[in-house]
Structures are given as C-alpha cells and as structure tokens.
Design a protein around this ligand. Structure first.
Ligand SMILES: Nc1nc2c(ncn2[C@@H]2O[C@H](COP(=O)(O)OP(=O)(O)O)[C@@H](O)[C@H]2O)c(=O)[nH]1
Ligand SMILES: [Mg+2]
Length: 321
C-alpha cells in the first residue's frame, strides 16, 4: 500500500470510530479537493447512506438560520445526533456576524451531539454539490443521524443543496420585498415542505395564500406539499415541521434507499460531466475544434450539432465512446 492509501485507511478508521477531529480533517481535505480526501471518501463511502439529509433553502432574511437552530434543538430532544453543514461562510451559526444568533447557537456548540461545519461556497470545480455530497458521505459514515444543510439563500447554493438533500425545506417569510417572488424560480419545484416563517407577522396569511396559489399553478404533485407556519424565534410550529420532515423521510427512505442514492449519484455525475466538459472545451486548441467553431460562424452547423460532433470526438479520443 502507498503511504497515501495507508494514511487514508487510518483516517477512515478514526472517522468511523466517531473521532470528530478525524471527521473535521477529512472534510477539509475533501473541501480542498486533496487526493487524500478522495481516498478517505472512497474508503468510507460504503458505510454512508443512513443519515437523513435535509436542505434548508429560501431567500436571505426568511429566517433559515433561526429555524435551523430551532430544528437542531428539536432533533436533539428526539435524541438524534445532528450535523449542520452550512454552505454559507457568513452563517451566524458557523461563526458569522450576528452576535445574538451566535449566543443562541452557543447551547448547541457545546453539545457533543451536534457537529457544525461551514463550507466555502466558491472555487468548486464541478459545482458545489459534488463536494457537499462527499462531505455528507463523510458525516453520514461517521454515524450522524441527521445532516442539516443550510444555504445563504443567494446565488447558486440553493439549487446545489437541493440536488443532494433527501428532503428540501423551502423557507419563505412575509416582508421580503416582492412577496413570494423572493422565492427563486425553480426552488418551489424542489420543495418537499414549504415553511411560512415569521407567522407572527400580520402579513403571513397573505404570504401563505400566495404560496399555496403558486403551488397549485406549478404542478400537480405539489398539491401534497405541506405548507407550515412557524415562528422560528419562539419555536412555534417547529414540532409540526419536524413531524412533516419525519413523515417525508419515512416515506422517502422506505421507497428504496438504493434508488434514492443512485438517483443522487446520477445527478452528480451528470453535473460533474458538464463541468469537466466545459474545462476541456475551454482549453481545447485542437485545429479540428477550431474548424468546428469556424463552421458555426459560417453557418455550416448549429451550436447543438457542433457540440454533438465535438463531444463524440472527445469521447472517442478518451477511448470511452
Ligand atoms: N418576527 C420574527 N422574526 C424572525 C423569525 N425568524 C427569524 N426572525 C428574524 O429575522 C431575521 C433573519 O433571520 P435569519 O435566521 O438570519 O434569516 P436567514 O437569512 O434566512 O438565515 C433575524 O433578525 C431573525 O431574528 C420569526 O419567526 N419571527
Ligand atoms: Mg442565514
């Protein structure tokens, strides 16, 4: 065995034994795309697949961090060990700006049943979700029952999180500007549970009505998406939210764990393939490639046709086509 393999195997053993320091180190290695990180991931991957992965997305200011804090407490009351992975470098939970939130999370930071980690949202070739997924695998293999994924609610992190989570909780709140338009297109489609947070606001009922109307417009299945009112600051409605999550997890996990995991892998490989293809094409100085581009300019091919030609040639070169 090479040094690296031996090292990976030691780390994997420590991680599986529940050593938090080993988990934290493995996450850093994966997050920075080190080869050792990849090897640790491969070594522990077969042990992952047990944890419930719950994404918390929604516009900034909706109350995601506050809600997540309350959810952590609720899961802890049910004796579940909870890992929080924040795709949000400025998260108040993971070391950010708001002193009040930090103090509130203080109760959790000293709890051995809570693991908190934030990831940088930039610099991930192949998209963030591939890295998140590997990190979830690490946390999962280390024996954590629940993984809560928090996003900053801006940029691409929401959709990336949605791709890897088993259950997507989409949080909205009144008073965020253009009503429910604050929810980005596409995010509503991936919602398994919709939360109207800040239900203590007099405008919350209107937000709820609008969300329900939007759900009905979007698709038929969304008739089943529960809409739950919460006041994250007081904990009102958190028990209802937790029951909804638990019920959804039960049905999702029951349907077929293997299919769920394979679907997730398929989405991520597709995404990784797109990212890799992009890098290859951007760096491709092959005269035949340039001729293809010229052909597009001259109207000989459409973009789609040229792309198919280019891809099939690259695949043939790589010996996999
Ligand atoms: N009135 C009220 N304020 C809330 C509620 N939930 C969160 N907030 C406040 O809304 C602000 C934004 O919350 P935060 O959790 O940081 O939102 P995030 O950007 O989605 O993570 C904070 O000042 C919270 O204290 C709620 O249910 N009711
Ligand atoms: Mg937040």
């Amino acid at each position: 065995m090479s040094d690296l393999t031996t090292q990976a195997s030691h780390m994997a053993t420590r991680l599986r034994a529940g050593e938090v320091a080993a988990l934290a180190r493995a996450i850093s290695l994966v997050d920075s795309r080190e080869e050792l990180g990849s090897q640790i991931h491969r070594a522990v991957r077969p042990y992952a697949g047990q944890a419930e992965v719950i994404g918390i997305t929604g516009p900034p200011g909706a109350g995601k961090s506050t809600l997540l804090n309350a959810l952590v407490a609720a899961f802890r009351n049910n004796n579940k060990r909870v890992a929080v992975v924040a795709v949000d470098p400025s998260s108040p939970i993971t070391g950010g700006a708001v002193l009040g939130d930090r103090t509130r999370m203080g109760e959790h930071t000293s709890d051995k049943g809570v693991f908190i980690r934030s990831l940088a949202a930039r610099g991930h070739l192949g998209g963030l979700s591939a890295s998140i997924l590997k990190i979830i695998d690490l946390v999962d293999a280390a024996g954590w029952d629940v993984v809560l994924l928090e996003t900053v609610g801006a940029g691409q992190s929401e959709t990336e999180v949605a791709e890897v989570a088993d259950i997507n909780v989409v949080v909205n709140a009144p008073g965020l500007g253009d009503d429910v338009q604050a929810i980005k297109a596409g995010i509503l489609e991936i919602a398994d549970v919709l939360v109207v947070n800040k239900a203590d606001s007099p405008l919350a009922q209107r937000t709820e009505r609008q969300l329900k109307a939007m759900l009905q417009l979007r698709r038929e299945e969304s008739a089943n998406v529960p809409v739950i009112n919460t006041v994250a600051t007081t904990g009102d409605g958190i028990d209802v939210l937790l029951s909804a999550i638990t019920e959804l997890t039960r049905t999702k996990f029951k349907s077929s764990k293997n299919k769920r995991l394979l679907d997730r892998v398929r989405r991520l490989v597709a995404q990784e393939a797109a990212a890799q293809a992009k890098q290859v094409i951007l760096g491709d100085q092959n005269p035949a490639t340039l001729a293809l581009f010229e052909g597009i300019l001259a109207g000989e091919y459409g973009y789609e046709e040229a792309t198919v030609k280019l891809m099939s040639r690259r695949y043939a070169q790589a010996g996999c086509g």
